[in-house]
Design a protein around this ligand. Structure first.
Ligand code: NAD
Ligand code: AHE
Ligand code: ZN
Length: 371
């Protein structure tokens, strides 16, 4: 049986989303139908809509930062039941694949190949509009009130947690804090530089502050972001446009030879180079979080690596969603993680194109959309 669902449809790259009703088919074996209560809008949604994502499939239902309630489970689903509160995961956790069993990564291969093609694991879509197939996105598609998600892509969380806040743990906040803890392993007393002060960079700052970094240098070309960065724990705020020499030199001079850790949270390959080269000789590590467009590549002099700097990347902060996300929710409930201040705007899904404008204009950190 199918349900009618209010959704934001991405018909083609570079066009505004259309708000309309779509048809959502019920869950097949191993799948779960959920009602999305709230969803954040992440820069990655805008990136895919722009047409720069090599995995962008159109038409599609975008969205990957949701808080939801289970409506119906498909055959064979044992870990969830109707009424459970969940966060959809774009990084699944099956617990059985080579990746999950490696103990070395949070990446899971169980549904990733079909997820990238915009379909469910059986190769088909549950979404349609007037009989025309619509693609899924990142295995989550939270810009539809009803969405179908593989069981392995749902983290069950406390029913007490406000879904219009903890939805941001579905991407932005977990990604930033997780990158500090899991990918970099920032130690107390470390020096840190954070490039890009959106929800991701600000969450890195929050994570670095919680990890007791001694110095957290926040970098952005939009100085309006600095006040919130300070609130999250930044000790210095710097705008590269205020300098007329290579910015890595500025940071190296500021930090007696370079930072211990840097994080690129923009998706700009030139900034990625700067972020690597501002790291301390011998041990500095640079973590790439930002997502770059199709065909873009990073470069540096290999000597930067020969002399001990390390280049790494981080997906979903290295967090294993089903195992660890419930703990992040509990941490928020205990007041240890700030989510509330990241929600700068709330609106109905009907206004999502306005939310996209605010993100592009640098006027929002996160807009939370409800149905
Ligand atoms: P955002 O648009 O809210 O923030 C980006 C910030 O970068 C803005 O404040 C902007 O002013 C700043 N910026 C832009 N160009 C700059 C430059 N040249 N120098 C300094 N600052 C600059 O985005 P967001 O939602 O925080 O996402 C940030 C990036 O992280 C995006 O590329 C997104 O796709 C990516 N992302 C990756 C993961 C992951 O798991 N790897 C998860 C979420 C988001
Ligand atoms: N599809 C793109 C890459 C997009 C990408 O890197 N996604 C990040 C998450 S961004 C969330 O806001 C990620 O975790 N990737 C790991 C994965 O398995 O997708 C491309 O270049 O093809
Ligand atoms: Zn995201």
């Amino acid at each position: 049986m199918s349900v009618r669902s209010r959704a934001a449809i991405a018909w083609e790259a570079g066009q505004p989303l259309e708000i309309d009703e779509i048809d959502v088919e019920g869950p097949k074996a191993g799948e779960v139908l959920v009602r999305v209560v709230a969803t954040g809008l992440c820069h990655t949604d805008a990136y895919t809509l722009s047409g720069k994502d090599p995995e962008g499939n159109f038409p599609a239902i975008l969205g990957h930062e949701g808080g939801a309630v289970v409506e119906e489970v498909g055959a064979g689903v044992t870990s969830l039941e109707p009424g459970d509160h969940v966060i959809p995961l774009y990084t699944a956790e099956c617990g059985k694949c080579k990746f999950c069993l490696s103990g070395k990564t949070n990446l899971c291969s169980s549904v990733r190949a079909t997820q990238g093609k915009g379909v469910m694991p059986d190769g088909t879509s549950r979404f349609s509009k007037n009989g025309k197939m619509l693609h899924h996105y990142m295995g989550t598609s939270t810009f539809s009130e009803y969405t179908v998600v593989p069981e392995v892509s749902l983290a069950k969380i406390s029913r007490e947690a406000p879904l219009d806040k903890v939805c941001l743990l579905g991407c932005g906040i977990t990604t930033g804090i997780g990158a500090v803890r899991n990918t970099a392993g920032v130690e107390p007393g470390s020096t840190v530089a954070v490039f890009g002060l959106g929800a991701i960079g600000l969450s890195v700052i929050q994570g670095a502050h919680l990890a007791k970094a001694s110095r957290v240098i926040a970098v952005d070309i939009n100085p309006d972001k600095f006040e919130f960065a300070r609130q999250m724990g930044a000790t210095d705020c710097v705008n590269p446009n205020d300098y007329d020499r290579p910015f890595q030199e500025v940071l190296v001079d500021m930090t007696d030879g370079g930072v211990d850790y840097s994080f690129e949270c923009i998706g700009n390959v030139n900034v990625m180079r700067t972020a690597l080269e501002c790291c301390h000789k011998g041990w500095g590590e640079s973590i790439i979080i930002g997502v770059a467009g199709a065909g873009e590549e990073i470069s540096t002099r290999p000597f930067q690596l020969v002399t001990g700097r390390v280049w790494k990347g981080s997906a979903f902060g290295g967090v294993k969603g089903r195992t660890e996300l419930p703990g992040y929710v509990e941490s928020y409930m205990r007041g240890e993680i700030n989510i509330d201040d990241f929600v700068t705007h709330t609106m109905k899904i009907d206004e999502i194109n306005h939310a996209l404008d605010l993100l592009h204009e640098g006027k929002s950190i996160r807009t939370v959309l409800t149905f």
